[in-house]
Design a protein around this ligand. Structure first.
Ligand code: HT7
Ligand code: ZN
Length: 876
């Protein structure tokens, strides 16, 4: 595929006025008739042809104003339709007929079948797999959709907008018509047809309109959609209360399907979801599943304004809708649950997914300037870093001006397809601030590094901070400009109180926000009565790496006394990370590992402090992952040493405080029926975190086995099973629990995904053979993306010691799977391959094996654009 450049953006030559689609559904031969009304844009030459996009299409009819177009005037290939000789100024109607085979569409883009249901996925460029069309987000039109289908096979016929009507056709078929009055780009088109169960409710908007809410799921699973419905109603209310945004159609529908490439899709009025993010009940869903459902239901709903009403001019602007909508769903979850705990989870996720992307060969700016395959840019940089950039705007402007800027954005751009520059201009205009330096966050890739050094002058009562920022080079960007970094900071005194400086010089300061804007800044805080302990990046106000030499004593002080709970966790986590990095080095050198007393004290102090909510205390107990440690070490990584060091620290901490952990397990027990609310989830999380230390101290499987036997919900059950499998993979108790779990949930695909994932993450070189064996289990299904991700994806992304086997067999295994999956589902294959993005940070032998496996993929014939794009950039 060729490279698309942002600078080449031009508006279309023809303006699309209306779209009228008729589908005659059939599994093998679906007929699509698209009637498109266009006019030539003013000033466009008469010689300019109409060029429409296609992808693997078969054209069976083509009319201009209902007359056949002579073959000399058009040219059709599977991926373009070019028509010449069109009117100069008058509007004209093109009728395109195409023939599709939904049943054999394994890419899950365009119109496909999943469990006998017809369904579509059009973002980013799937609509062109349905009909020839100007398939780009700046082409907006109102759509009418007529669906004709066999009545028995598809009693339910859905599309975007409001229902117009339908009728029986008398020949075993029926039809339905839908009209969406809101001009939309083709990527938001959706159609669903089949036989599904439904859960119904209503929502009355702030202005008093009643909206019908419907969630469609596989028949028999209706009860499991109740939580999703509740999350939807809360999302609708929250968007009215916090962003002043009301829903704008008579009906809002969600359809859950089991074969889906991503999490969900925000099609106008008809969201389509991976059923993993809709279905939940206590027996089958974990607390994390409930939290994900709430967040993703909210995310897709929030897109109605940030994405649908105001959309992207081109795909380079993807973060305009995704970064902003992630920010909105993060804020929603923070309001629904504990803000501090939510922030910790967000930062953990950002650091474990986005930071490695930004530090590796696939690094790109939040707003890229070129791409080969747009599917590969639905990245954690666009989504999560994009959200952090939005959050920084809110931090810099403050709540009121941020709100004013958002209101201006909605007012000014409703109904338009716009750019990041348009978005930033709204905040500049609303606040009067110049955000030009800040906008580098959209354009410069790489995680900035801020190095800090402090000195205290008792005589002058001043504390001086020397702050230096650098942005590392990334592919295609070697030299970087200094950024505007809003760094929230606190200065703690030895008694835990916060110093209030009488003056600050060397940086603009608003509240506790220090505005770093230069490569080097010397900031002097006056009126500081004694040596302060600086607490940097409160609330993770900027997505940066921060280097500051800090003693365990000072970190412990922050962990105990910071007013900002996030900063407490951050201090404890940094203390643990220091210890774990040291332990990895000791393990690698064959030296005994040492667990610092300060760490055990810090962990226990946080875990047992009952003034703090249990969910926070659980986060405090959960040590940095092996991937976190590898990232901190940075290069020449040996996963086995990292694993061994971490195990040793866990065991030592567990042994040092076993009684306290046992007490916690008892204290946090819950009685009564299961409730998925944040408080109960927090108690379960703390209880399980403590239980894992008890099991580590014990060294025997009995306690985990009895927790497995006693569990009355999926959170506890899957946690106990994970403990057994990971800690005692060869034990009889583990084999029995795995067998029982499988037998009990054999009919529930989402739970069986967990069964595969738990086994895929068993540490050690032997797991590869287990994964291979599991691939021949009758329950493994290579064409279901959730199942492939749960086994192969989890193994490659989350099993450091198993995947990075010293002999390189893990990489060769992944390469074979990628080549196998690619022809069927390139998006899925390309995403799995991104698990190799950090290969250069491995020790030499493993890195060699990884390079060879990547090369083996690169050399294979007929690679998809998706996979060849990723493999080439990863190797570069
Ligand atoms: N906007 C959607 C992103 C998306 C997608 C979803 C399903 C399948 C393929 C897809 N390509 C892109 C989801 C979202 O961010 O809300
Ligand atoms: Zn989104």
């Amino acid at each position: 595929g060729q490279i698309i450049h942002l600078e080449d953006y031009r508006p279309t030559d023809f303006v699309l006025e209306r779209v009228d689609l008729t589908f005659e559904l059939d599994p093998k031969e679906t007929k699509v008739e698209a009637r498109l009304i266009f006019h030539r844009r003013g000033g466009v030459s008469l010689a300019a042809p109409l060029v429409l996009d296609g992808d693997e299409l078969t054209l069976t009819g083509l009319l201009l104003d209902q007359e056949e177009i002579p073959t000399a005037l058009y040219e059709a290939t599977p991926d373009t339709l070019t028509i010449r000789g069109l009117p100069e100024t008058a509007p004209f109607e093109i009728t395109v007929t195409t023939l599709l085979s939904p049943e054999t569409n394994t890419k899950l883009m365009g119109l496909y079948r999943t469990s006998n249901v017809y369904c579509t996925q059009c973002e980013a460029e799937g609509f062109r797999r349905i009909t020839y069309f100007p398939d780009r987000p700046d082409v907006l039109a109102a759509y009418t959709v007529n669906i004709i289908a066999d009545k028995a096979e598809a009693p339910l016929l859905l599309s975007n907008g409001n229902y117009l009507g339908g009728a029986d056709m008398g020949d075993g078929r029926h039809f339905a018509a839908w009209f969406d009055p809101h001009p939309k780009p083709s990527y938001l088109f959706a159609l669903v047809a089949g036989d599904l169960g439904v859960v119904e409710d209503t929502f009355t908007t702030a202005s008093g309109r009643e909206v019908a809410l419907k969630i469609y799921v596989e028949r028999g699973k209706e009860a499991r959609a109740a939580y999703a419905m509740d999350a939807l109603k809360r999302s609708m209310k929250w968007d009215e209360d916090v962003f002043g945004r009301e829903y704008d159609l008579d009906i809002f529908m969600i359809v859950a399907v089991s074969d889906f490439n991503m999490g969900a899709m925000e099609n106008k009025g008809l969201n389509i979801f991976n059923d993993k993010y809709v279905l939940a009940d206590p027996e089958t869903a974990t607390d994390a599943d409930y939290a994900n459902i709430e967040a993703i239901i909210a995310h897709e709903y929030f897109h109605n304004w940030t994405g649908n009403r105001i959309t992207c001019r081109d795909w380079f602007q993807l973060c305009l809708k995704e970064g902003l909508t992630v920010y909105r769903d993060h804020e929603f979850s923070a309001d629904m649950r504990s803000r501090a705990v939510k922030r910790i989870a967000e930062v953990r996720h950002l650091k474990s997914e986005q930071f490695p992307e930004d530090a590796g060969p696939l690094a790109h700016p939040v707003r890229p300037t070129k791409y080969r395959e747009i599917n590969n840019f639905y990245t954690t940089t666009v989504y999560e870093k994009g959200s952090e950039v939005t959050r920084m705007i809110a931090t810099i402007l403050g709540r009121d001006l941020f709100k004013k800027g958002m209101d201006l954005y909605f007012d000014r751009h409703d109904g338009q397809a716009v750019t990041i520059e348009d978005f930033i201009a709204c905040f500049e205009d609303a606040s009067g601030r110049d955000l030009s330096q800040f906008s580098l966050w959209y354009h410069q890739a790489g995680t900035p590094l801020v190095s800090a050094a402090g000195s205290y002058d008792l005589e002058k009562q001043t504390f001086t901070l020397l702050l230096e920022q650098t942005v590392p080079p990334t592919p295609g960007q070697t030299a970087k400009e200094p950024m505007h970094i809003p760094l929230r900071i606190g200065l703690l005194l030895e008694d835990g109180s916060e110093a209030k400086p009488s003056a600050v010089s060397g940086a603009d300061v608003t509240g506790d926000v220090l505005h770093l804007t230069e490569r080097k800044q010397t900031v002097v805080f006056s009126g500081i009565p004694s040596r302060p302990v600086p607490s940097f990046n409160r609330g993770f106000s900027a997505p940066i790496n921060l280097h500051f030499e800090q003693s365990a004593h000072d970190r412990a002080l922050i962990a105990r006394h910071e007013a900002d709970l996030f900063a407490r966790w951050q201090a404890l986590n940094a203390m643990a990370l220091d210890n774990l990095v040291k332990a990895a080095a000791q393990a690698r050198n064959g030296e005994p590992t040492a667990c610092d007393d300060a760490l055990v004290e810090g962990l226990l102090a946080a875990a047992t402090d009952d003034r703090l909510e249990p969910a926070f205390r659980a986060q405090a107990l959960s040590l940095p992952s092996e991937a976190d440690i590898a990232r901190e070490i940075g290069s020449n990584n040996d996963p086995n040493a990292i694993h061994a060091g971490r195990q040793a620290i866990l065991a030592a901490a567990a042994a040092a405080a076993k009684d306290s952990f046992m007490r916690l397990v008892k204290e946090m027990a819950l009685s009564g029926p299961f409730r998925p609310d944040a408080e109960s989830a927090g108690r379960r999380a703390l209880r399980n975190a403590a239980l894992s230390y008890v099991v580590y101290a014990d060294g025997r499987p009995e306690k985990a086995a009895s927790a497995f036997g006693a569990a009355n919900n999926m959170t506890d059950l899957s946690f106990a099973l994970t403990l057994l499998a990971h800690r005692f993979p060869g034990a009889a108790e583990t084999a029995a629990a795995l067998a029982e779990f499988k037998k009990r949930f054999v009919d529930n695909a989402l739970v069986i995904d967990k069964w595969f994932a738990i086994q895929a993450t068993i540490p050690g070189p032997g797991t590869l053979d287990r994964v291979k064996q599991l691939m021949s289990d009758p329950l493994f299904n290579a064409s279901n993306p959730n199942r492939v991700r749960s086994l192969i994806g989890t193994f490659a992304f989350s099993n450091l010691t198993g995947f990075n086997r010293a002999d390189g067999e893990g990489y060769r295994f992944l390469a074979r799977q990628i080549l196998e999956i690619d022809p069927r589902n390139p998006q899925l294959a390309a995403r799995l391959l991104t698990s190799m993005r950090s290969w250069r940070s491995l020790e030499e032998k493993r890195a060699d094996h990884a390079r060879n496996a990547l090369q083996q993929i690169a050399d294979a014939p007929n690679l998809s654009a998706d996979v060849s794009d990723i493999v080439e950039r990863t190797l570069k």
